[in-house]
Design a binder for this molecule. Structure first.
Ligand SMILES: Cc1ncc(COP(=O)(O)O)c(C=O)c1O
Ligand SMILES: N[C@@H](CCOP(=O)(O)O)C(=O)O
Length: 495
């Protein structure tokens, strides 16, 4: 749909400035927030924009084939079985200039105005423009800190401009919240439009998608089902969907086996698929890229390094950067690095072969358990993203990823093993001189380290077979005796 007339839409002031800021915390006011959002929605400028599903192949070929689906349709694949993409009416968005969008997005930071206080929904016009504010299920996700890794950059890598985007500082402890707010909001809308169309929402997971899905569904009162590979996820991740009341199936297979099963189940039942094969998820995840640019005052970093497993997120970041470029907010996009565990590295293998040959693999056990994936659903999306962003794929062994996480922890972080994979990839690219000492570089931290306490404890206890654990810092057992305590202090600090 084209924007009718610029003047008619432009007359409406931005929603954030038209409506009083609602500083509300108590449950008694919640109905008020939703009513106000509904009222505001009647002339919401976002409704002048339009997004729909198109075949991903059309995006690859840069040409629309005419096959398209409303976002209210339950569909995950194009007619030829390929992936879909959410396609935005860019001409409509272009009716507003870059200054308008920057002002709009910047003006919503930190607000409690529903739903714009969310880092995702603060970009609503670029995400799901057609959804009513009242249908949105949000925890005010996003808005995560961009940590200047000053000491780690300087001491470990000789870098001056290294940053870590802390996507794990989020409601369920990973970046998955960004995509799940979008998917569950759209499910909420479809269930209101067509009761019975979706009876529950399901996913296969290595632990983070399941945590986010179960939390957002629980908030909305929607049943959720998660397929987990038995004994292959952390205890913290296992307990998350259990606590949120999801139906948890612990299946005697790996993630790829769970993914195969959930695809079959969702093809045959009114259970809606919540994995990133469903491109709605990526619309939320792409806002992390936009947020990084915003946090740098719309200056473009040289490199962004992202750990990759099912490979939806690397494409989501690319899409976020690309939209900012196409709409004139920035003049280029950063170079992207996808970092994989050496034990689960099908993308790395294909990159090594110059993209001439790709083969799924049986992923081996890795401490980076959330990316223990051998048959990534978004392989084509990742290849497109890396091709256009002059990208690189790097890998990290178990020792490299655990050491990198532990070493960076010593400078004030608390990294999950997947962030360790990205930090190890960065270390290798610095060693080879690919990334320069003054290059502005962002490492995307995808989950909170507290979800992976078990493996961190094992590392610091030097209990990992085959690893030297050179940055281990085991606790010192001491008797309840001042002399004994003083002995340890004197030895450690030479006092
Ligand atoms: C913590 C964590 N990091 C990285 C990833 C990789 O993201 P993607 O599957 O989108 O490549 C995942 C999930 O796969 C994850 O849970
Ligand atoms: N790491 C993921 C794996 C599934 O990825 P998805 O983005 O396709 O849902 C998880 O936490 O389950």
């Amino acid at each position: 749909m084209q924007l009718q007339a610029r003047s008619s839409v432009a007359r409406a002031a931005p929603a954030a400035s038209r409506t009083r800021s609602v500083k509300v915390c108590s449950a008694a006011h919640v109905a008020g927030i939703r009513e106000e959002a509904m009222e505001r929605g009647k002339n919401d400028p976002a409704s002048a924009f339009n997004a729909r599903f198109v075949p991903f192949k059309d995006v690859q070929q840069g040409k629309l084939s005419g096959e398209e689906y409303s976002l209210d349709t339950v569909v995950y694949r194009s007619k030829d079985g390929g992936l879909l993409d959410v396609y935005h009416d860019m001409d409509a968005l272009k009716h507003y200039d870059a200054a308008y969008w920057k002002k709009q997005f910047d003006g919503r930071v930190g607000t409690t105005l529903w739903p714009y206080g969310s880092g995702v929904w603060s970009k609503k016009e670029w995400v799901l423009p057609g959804i009513g504010d009242d249908d949105i299920v949000s925890m005010f996700e996003g808005g995560t800190n961009l940590f200047w890794a000053e000491r780690f950059g300087r001491e470990a890598l000789g870098m001056s401009d290294l940053w870590v985007k802390q996507c794990g500082n989020s409601h369920t402890g990973s970046f998955k919240d960004l995509g799940m707010t979008v998917l569950v909001s759209q499910v909420n809308r479809i269930r209101k439009l067509r009761p019975g169309a979706i009876s529950a929402v399901g996913c296969a997971s290595t632990g983070d998608t399941s945590a986010a899905l179960s939390a957002y569904c629980a908030a909305a009162g929607i049943p959720s089902i998660v397929f987990l590979p038995a004994d292959k996820i952390s205890l913290a991740q296992l307990v998350q969907p259990i606590a949120n009341g999801a139906l948890v199936l612990s299946i005697d297979t790996d993630f790829d086996g769970c993914m195969k099963l959930i695809k079959e189940v969702t093809a045959e039942t009114p259970i809606y698929l919540a994995n990133s094969m469903n491109s709605l998820r990526l619309e939320g995840q792409k806002t992390a890229a936009i947020e990084i640019l915003q946090q740098f005052d719309w200056q473009v970093p040289d490199w962004v390094i992202i750990p990759g497993g099912n490979l939806g997120n690397i494409y989501a970041f690319y899409k976020g950067f690309k939209m900012c470029q196409e709409l004139g907010l920035v003049d280029r996009i950063p170079r992207l690095v996808c970092a994989q565990a050496a034990n689960a590295n099908p993308l790395y293998q294909a990159f090594q072969k110059g993209w001439q040959h790709y083969e799924p693999m049986k992923a081996q056990t890795t401490f980076a358990s959330a990316i223990q994936i051998g048959d990534p659903v978004s392989i084509d999306r990742a290849i497109l993203a890396l091709g256009d962003a002059n990208g690189i794929v790097e890998e990290a062994t178990e020792e490299e990823l655990m050491d990198a996480a532990a070493r960076a922890d010593r400078t004030g972080m608390f990294n999950c093993p997947h962030t360790g994979v990205a930090l190890a990839a960065l270390t290798k690219l610095r060693d080879r001189g690919v990334i320069g000492p003054n290059d502005r570089t962002v490492v995307v931290s995808t989950a909170h380290g507290l979800k992976f306490a078990q493996s961190k404890v094992a590392y610091h206890s030097k209990e990992v077979a085959g690893l030297t654990c050179q940055y281990a810092n085991p606790p010192v057992p001491v008797r309840e005796d001042l002399g004994a305590v003083m002995d340890v202090l004197k030895k450690t600090f030479n006092i």
